[in-house]
Design a protein around this ligand. Structure first.
Ligand SMILES: [Ca+2]
Length: 344
């Protein structure tokens, strides 16, 4: 891990959303995500139930250097989820265990515009770990809500206008640019790729028993989290004579960032039913931002915040803790987005 490139990063997660059971049948066996600890707030949104028995690991908090006073500080292990309801946004905070996260906001902000502006806005406490945040009438398109406590720590969430997604810095986050026949899968090597935008792949720096990286793309609109295609992370690394090694390939994408800006990573992941458990890792400039244990319970959406240090940032995904080199099924990935939250 390149320490010099390491971000000040903080995770993470909690928010479990997604697919109905019938979207995850077959290879990726589905499973309902149970309602959990914060029923009152979450059950109102049928597709965003929170599991209190999730296997997801606690967040990893990697702090290399202290942030400057003006820089927003992502809160480790806290996860804000907001929805827009008329002239306000209903938000609730959860921790990595899926339960309400104790947070005492001092200020609320609407983050919108180009360039992004953080504008203070009134808010009220709506319940345990939930708030109603005023959204000004002139707010259009996609915007984010941020809550800041008296320590300058921030939790935030983007509210995406489906007709306007200018803030997503990731190209082809749903892997829909790959031409794969429905019901099949195909491998795409970086060497075969003419267009170098979007996703690329590489072999893990250590432990790999293969020498050819590939991206394994599956297609089926009834199984994908978004669109038709998704990526499986475990079985695409080959030795050069073409024999599957079953080792994992890192898929990555480099994208422009503004040093000092806060970014929100969001992605959907799941585990094939043939595998009892495994781990997905999302790394920012080689530093782990998200490390989550998965069981075959259907698509889960994970989110995390990080602060960019460079003008170009690399996001990587790989299946961690791969214990066998002969497995054909593993962790899958879809619907990756990274949203710029600007700097306060
Ligand atoms: Ca997709």
């Amino acid at each position: 891990m390149k320490m010099k490139n390491m971000f000040f990063v903080i995770a993470l997660l909690v928010h479990l959303s997604s697919c109905s059971e019938n979207k995850m049948e077959g290879e990726i066996k589905g499973g309902a995500i149970k309602g959990g600890a914060i029923e009152g707030q979450v059950e109102a949104s049928a597709d965003k139930n929170i599991a209190n028995d999730t296997e997801i690991e606690p967040p990893h908090s990697l702090v290399e250097t202290p942030p400057t006073a003006s820089m927003p500080v992502p809160v480790a292990g806290a996860f804000l989820t907001c929805t827009k309801v008329e002239a306000q946004s209903d938000c609730y905070a959860t921790g990595s265990n899926g339960k309400p996260y104790f947070f005492v906001p001092k200020n609320a902000f609407i983050i919108a515009g180009s360039p992004l502006q953080w504008s203070k806005t009134p808010f009220i406490v709506a319940g345990d770990s939930s708030w109603k945040v005023e959204v000004p009438q002139n707010t259009t398109g996609s915007f984010a809500v941020a809550l800041e406590n008296d320590k300058g720590e921030v939790i935030s969430d983007w509210i995406i206008d489906e007709s306007a997604k200018p803030v997503n810095t990731i190209t082809d986050g749903g892997f829909e640019s790959y031409n794969v026949a429905v019901g099949t899968f195909a491998f795409f090597s970086q060497n075969d790729k003419v267009d170098q935008t979007g996703w690329n792949s590489k072999i893990p720096a250590s432990g790999a028993t293969c020498d050819r990286d590939q991206i394994e793309v599956h297609s089926d609109p009834n199984k994908a989290s978004e669109g038709s295609n998704w990526v499986q992370l475990n079985s695409s690394c080959l030795i050069s004579i073409g024999v599957p090694s079953g080792n994992n390939t890192i898929i990555y994408q480099r994208f422009p960032t503004v040093p000092g800006h806060l970014y929100e990573l969001k992605f959907a992941t799941a585990l094939n039913a043939q595998v009892p458990s495994s781990t997905i890792g999302a790394l920012v400039n080689d530093a782990i931002l998200v490390q989550a244990e998965l069981t075959p319970t259907g698509w889960t959406t994970l989110k995390a915040l990080f602060i960019a240090k460079n003008e170009t940032t690399e996001i990587q995904f790989q299946e961690l803790k791969l214990t066998t080199n002969s497995r054909l099924h593993g962790v899958v990935l879809d619907d990756v987005a990274i949203y710029d939250l600007g700097a306060k």
